[in-house]
Design a protein around this ligand. Structure first.
Ligand code: FE
Length: 253
């Protein structure tokens, strides 16, 4: 929503009809800030930046050892404080360099910084979602989904078992580093499973991830070594279905 289009800076130059519209809009804005602010919506991935200028690493929503024995504390600590932090720094750097290029007019490195923005931006967003869609086993994590998210899964995949089989197969088959992602497509209200290589490749437009598993080796290697399928199987024990349902609802599903 582009509020700025309506908040004009030179009201003295405007005819009364536009001024009236402007007053009506501002009155409505004051009366219903929750409706008009995009930031009022719960964020699936990265949260809005505090000052609008730099991305920040979000805190883990639980202790580093909270997902044990399925994901060990050392993996969680390194994954969050080193890997995710590096994506945040990389995204800020890419955006700084693109801003410099706009000022200087020197676009010699436009391809490099555009790629960096996509890679690190994807990493920041997906990891921000990843922490939130997990919870300690038996305390918000694991079990079967219920409610709207279960209904959507059954409608889109036929059954919960069919969904988990396809999702696990997609995760296990990601080539190299990447993700398996459950997307919600608003155009037809369907859920779909996609892979992502690295943080961003194989994306599809018009749908938004609401659940994902990181299958980069940094997400599991200390405990599972090359046994990615064992990690994927264990990961179902920490899926926070309440959060996944909230993600779906936030998109209108
Ligand atoms: Fe990761």
């Amino acid at each position: 929503m582009c509020v700025g289009l309506f908040v004009l800076s030179s009201p003295r130059l405007l005819p009364e009809s536009i001024m009236s519209t402007r007053r009506s809009f501002l009155a409505a804005a004051a009366a219903a800030p929750a409706v008009l602010s995009m930031h009022a919506l719960p964020a699936i991935g990265a949260e809005p930046t505090p000052d609008g200028t730099a991305h920040v690493l979000p805190a883990l929503p639980y202790a580093a050892d909270a997902l044990e024995p399925h994901i060990d504390a050392k993996t969680m600590t390194i994954h969050h404080s080193k890997h995710h932090a590096a994506y945040v720094a990389g995204l800020n750097k890419a955006e700084e360099e693109l801003a410099k290029a706009r000022i200087s007019g020197d676009y010699a490195l436009i391809q490099h910084w555009s790629k960096q923005a996509a890679f690190h931006g994807g990493g920041h967003w997906l990891h921000s979602m990843f922490w939130k869609v997990m919870a300690p086993p038996g305390r918000g994590g694991g079990g079967k989904p219920t409610g709207k998210i279960m209904a959507a899964i059954v409608a889109s995949f036929g059954s919960y078992d069919a969904f988990t089989a396809q999702f696990s197969a997609a995760a296990n088959a990601v080539e190299g580093s990447g993700w398996a992602l459950l997307h919600y497509r608003q155009s037809d209200g369907k859920l779909l499973i996609l892979q992502a290589e690295n943080q961003h490749k194989l994306s599809s437009w018009g749908s938004t991830p609401i659940l994902g598993i990181d299958v980069w080796e940094h997400a599991y290697y200390l405990t599972y070594q090359n046994r990615r399928a064992d990690y994927v199987k264990a990961w179902w024990n920490v899926v926070n279905w309440a959060q996944v349902e909230q993600n779906l609802v936030s998109l209108g599903g």
